[in-house]
Every structure is written in structure tokens, then in C-alpha cells.
Write a protein that binds this ligand. Structure first.
Ligand SMILES: [Zn+2]
Ligand SMILES: [Zn+2]
Length: 509
């Protein structure tokens, strides 16, 4: 094998689909050294994949030298404490804005995991010590600054409109006498944000050859297909005297909706006399962090609370529920399965003078989804009890934090030399569809692949070869094993060789 071929990296992804984002990269240097790192370490949120959150990582966390986190969403950072528990000893690099938010998220994740495992009489996935250890590893980085991770690896966090603190990450791998290898991770991507101006990516970054890992959540539709009707829906409902119940995600969606309501108040679309309230302790905590955010202050957007607004505490919740006067209530969780949302739903779903407005994505099987797809009797089950859906239920995707296919293509087209594009983070059918579109429309791309199915070996020219689907096979094996376990209803010890075969595999190359 020639000298050049000895400078290469392997890249693999734990899940090609929308949640559980986690990419492992193993860099091999000509002097025989190897560096392992991970980009994002997220939870699986699809019901069907939930069991994977409880499994060990299919790589050795002790060998991972550092972790880069694109943004503070559970499907990108929710398993960090588990990684530490399993032996990860390095630093966790995040943006300065994310640093302030991620500690709240990690503590909340611990609380939920503790309650969950207790409820199901299971072993905790990690301890409070592991949580504190994880927090101590968080290392903030400013946007557009070059961070020298070690003598061969430089990392730059680039601004991204997906949410406060969100980034695109560019990793540059160097070795004396060799051409650099670059990998750019889009993370979840959006070109703009309502709270801040997204800083332009420096032109030199677009000019240099790079491998790109791109998300594809909305890879099936164009931004021109988005219909904007949210303000009208809310205006019509309030003018008809209805109370509005809005399930929101704790970070970004809750604050974004409050900001929208404030704007509607100032344009006279809704009356300032209608009280606006927010329930959910995590959403309230994030709201306070947004109000204190330096970045929002820079854009004069930290004062986003509407008039006649209050937080709902556990103590005054019952009083508010009993009050039948018109009001607008925002509550977590966004898909209505957790948080106080169900308490409100039980009281509001049979009321004809209520609009339930779902301003975001709801995964199948969640309560938010079932409300939009009721059974033949127009009923929904909440906490084991059937309720008729008399309230009006409306939804929109206009508040989404993701770029649509045309916007993702426009981003990719700005890169002068995308030597290899990996499509990731999309529904199975969307991954294919979007990859085909990238192949056709991003003419500078030398090659387009879906990341997750195979482990790829790449050098600075791009793709060298794929190594089959070791990781995928390991997972499928795990799934089969799990089904078997379920069938037998007895505990089957997982053979060690299954994990081992994966660990050893990179050293075989
Ligand atoms: Zn996200
Ligand atoms: Zn995501």
C-alpha cells in the first residue's frame, strides 16, 4: 500500500434515519497512529428504536478521543452521559451558546431516565456522577474560530439557523507532506432563524475540497410548498372566542411561538386582553436562558415575551384549568406524550370552544399524531381513558427548524469542490429520493452516498471503498436477538463476539 493510501479515514453512522444521530470517524495517519472521534451522540426517539438507547455503543467509547456536538437536541446529544459511563474520557466540544443550554438538557435527561427506569424497574443507564463528569467535559468554542484539537485536527463551528447555538462543523485533518482531508457536518440545518441573523460562512470554506455529511429531514419537499397559515388560524380562533392549546418543544419552539404571539399582539391580530401562558418547567428554564442570551441581545431579540403573559407553575395549574375564560396555553411536550400536555388535553379535548394547534412534527404513535389521525369513532385514548375529539385540531409545518430540499441543495451548490456527499438524517424513503436529487443537481459532487448503511473508507480524493455493513449487521443481529429474547421471555446473554467483531474490524484495514 502506497504512502498516500496510508492517510485515510473511516466514517460510519449509527442511524441513517431522523433520530439517534451519531457519526464515528477513525483517522489513520501514515505513521501508523489512529484517532477516533464522534460527531453527535444522540438518542433514538422513534418508538421502534427505543431499545437501542439502552444498548451499549457498537464501538469502544474508551477509544474515542473527543466528541463534537452540532446542537442541543436530544437526538444529537442525549446519550453523552452514557458515553462517559462506558469509558469515554475526552472533551466534548460545543458552541458557546450551546454550552449554556446543554447543561440544562443533560440534567433534564438524567431526571427523565431516572424516573423511567424506576417506573419499569430497570437498571439506571448512568449515575449522577456520570452526569456531573459529562458536564465537566463540556468545552465551549466560539463560532468561526479555529480550534486546535490536537496537532493534526482543527475544528471550526459555523453558524446555523436550526436553533440557538446550532452549528455546522468543519473538521480539517492534516499530516505533514500530505493533502488535508476535510469533513463538513451540516447537523440539522436551516439557513435562517427568527432570533438572530445567521452569519455567512467564510468563502474560503466553500472553496476548499471537502466531504459533506448533509441532513435530509425535509428532503422530499421544496420551501415553495410550505403554506403559511398559522397566524390566520390563530387569529380566526381567537376572534371566534376559542381557547388555544399549543403543544411545543421546550427549546426554540416554545420561545419562537411566544415571539410570534408578541408580533401578532403588536399588529393587532390578537387582543392583548387574552392571557398567554406557558407550562412545562424545562420550557420555562430555556425561556429564561433565551432572555439572557448574549446572541439574542446582540439582535435585540431577548425581549420576546408577549404582553399579558405568565408562567404556569404546578401550584397554579389547577386554577388555570378550572378557568373557562379564553386563553392561549403553550405546553410541553411538543408531541404531547410527556410533560403537562396530557393534563390539559384531558380537560380540553372534548370542549368545542378549543383549538388544539400543533406547530411541529409529531412522530407516529405519539398522542399529538393520534389527535390528527383519530380512530373511526373520532376518539383518542389519554391515560387509558377514551375521549371524543370535539376540539378543533389544526397543524402546520411552517415553524419547522429544518431547511427544505431546495435550500439544502442551494447550500451544497455553494461548495466548489464537494468530493463526496453523504446523505443522512432522513426517513428511509426520503434518503433515497434526496440522494438522487443531490446527484442530479449538485453537479460538482464527485460522488453521493447514503451514510449509515455502510462504513466508508475515504482519503482526500474522496471515496475509496465501503467495507460492507458491519455496524448495520451488528444492529440487525441485535434486533433478531431481541425478538428471540422476547419470544422465549427469558434472558439470553448477548454473545461477546458480536461486539468484538466490530471493535476489531477497523484495525484489520
Ligand atoms: Zn435538531
Ligand atoms: Zn436532528
Amino acid at each position: 500500500m502506497g504512502r498516500r493510501e496510508r492517510f485515510f479515514h473511516e466514517i460510519m453512522s449509527l442511524n441513517p434515519e431522523v433520530t439517534g444521530s451519531c457519526h464515528q470517524v477513525v483517522v489513520h495517519f501514515p505513521d501508523g497512529r489512529a484517532t477516533n472521534f464522534v460527531v453527535d451522540c444522540g438518542q433514538y426517539q422513534e418508538e421502534a428504536y427505543n431499545y437501542r438507547n439502552k444498548e451499549k455503543f457498537p464501538f469502544d467509547p474508551e477509544k474515542i478521543e473527543f466528541v463534537l456536538i452540532t446542537h442541543n437536541h436530544a437526538d444529537h446529544m442525549g446519550r453523552l452521559s452514557q458515553l462517559v459511563k462506558e469509558g469515554f474520557k475526552g472533551k466534548i466540544y460545543v458552541t458557546t451558546e450551546t454550552e449554556k443550554l446543554i447543561i440544562t438538557a443533560l440534567r433534564d435527561a438524567f431526571k427523565i431516565m431516572k424516573e423511567d427506569t424506576k417506573k419499569h424497574n430497570e437498571k439506571m443507564l448512568y449515575s449522577e456522577n456520570d452526569l456531573e463528569e459529562t458536564i465537566s467535559r463540556i468545552t465551549p468554542c466560539d463560532f468561526n474560530e479555529t480550534n486546535y484539537i490536537d496537532r493534526n485536527i482543527k475544528v471550526i463551528f459555523l453558524m446555523n439557523g436550526h436553533m440557538l447555538g446550532a452549528s455546522m462543523i468543519r473538521v480539517q485533518i492534516s499530516y505533514p507532506g500530505e493533502e488535508d482531508m476535510c469533513i463538513s457536518f451540516t447537523g440539522d440545518y436551516k439557513p435562517n432563524n427568527i432570533f438572530f441573523e445567521v452569519e455567512e460562512i467564510p468563502q474560503w470554506i466553500y472553496d476548499e475540497p471537502t466531504e459533506i455529511v448533509v441532513e435530509s429531514t425535509y428532503g422530499y419537499m421544496n420551501s415553495t410548498e410550505v403554506k403559511y397559515h398559522m397566524e390566520d388560524d390563530i387569529e380566526n380562533a381567537t376572534k371566534a372566542g376559542k381557547t388555544i392549546l399549543m403543544p411545543v418543544f421546550a427549546q426554540e419552539r416554545a420561545q419562537g411561538m411566544l415571539f410570534m404571539l408578541k408580533c401578532m399582539q403588536s399588529t393587532g391580530k390578537i387582543s392583548k386582553r387574552i392571557p398567554i401562558r406557558l407550562d412545562g418547567s424545562l420550557a420555562q428554564e430555556y425561556t429564561k436562558l433565551y432572555m439572557a442570551s448574549e446572541l439574542l441581545k446582540k439582535f435585540n431579540k431577548n425581549d420576546f415575551l408577549p404582553e399579558n403573559f405568565e408562567f404556569i407553575s404546578k401550584e397554579n395549574r389547577e386554577m388555570i384549568l378550572a378557568n373557562e375564560d379564553q386563553q392561549i396555553i403553550l405546553t410541553t411536550s411538543g408531541m404531547m406524550d410527556h410533560g403537562p400536555a396530557q393534563i390539559y388535553l384531558e380537560r380540553y379535548v372534548e370542549r368545542r370552544d378549543v383549538l388544539i394547534y400543533v406547530p411541529g412534527y409529531t412522530a407516529p404513535d405519539t398522542l399529538g399524531y393520534k389527535l390528527q389521525h383519530p380512530n373511526s369513532k373520532n376518539q383518542v385514548v389519554i391515560n387509558g381513558k377514551e375521549y371524543y375529539i370535539n376540539a378543533q385540531v389544526l397543524t402546520t409545518n411552517e415553524a419547522s427548524g429544518h431547511a427544505k430540499a431546495d435550500e439544502l441543495i442551494a447550500l451544497l451548490q455553494r461548495f466548489k469542490n464537494p468530493i463526496l456527499i453523504f446523505v443522512n438524517h432522513g426517513r428511509k424513503d426520503v434518503l433515497q429520493l434526496f440522494a438522487q436529487r443531490v446527484e442530479k443537481e449538485v453537479t460538482a459532487a464527485k460522488r453521493v452516498e447514503i451514510l449509515g448503511e455502510h462504513t466508508f473508507v475515504c482519503n482526500h480524493y474522496g471515496y475509496v471503498k465501503h467495507m460492507g455493513s458491519k455496524l448495520f449487521k451488528a444492529m440487525t443481529k441485535n434486533e433478531k436477538l431481541r425478538k428471540k429474547e422476547k419470544k422465549k421471555k427469558c434472558f439470553v446473554k448477548k454473545p461477546r463476539s458480536m461486539q468484538k467483531s466490530y471493535h476489531n474490524y477497523s484495525s484489520r484495514f
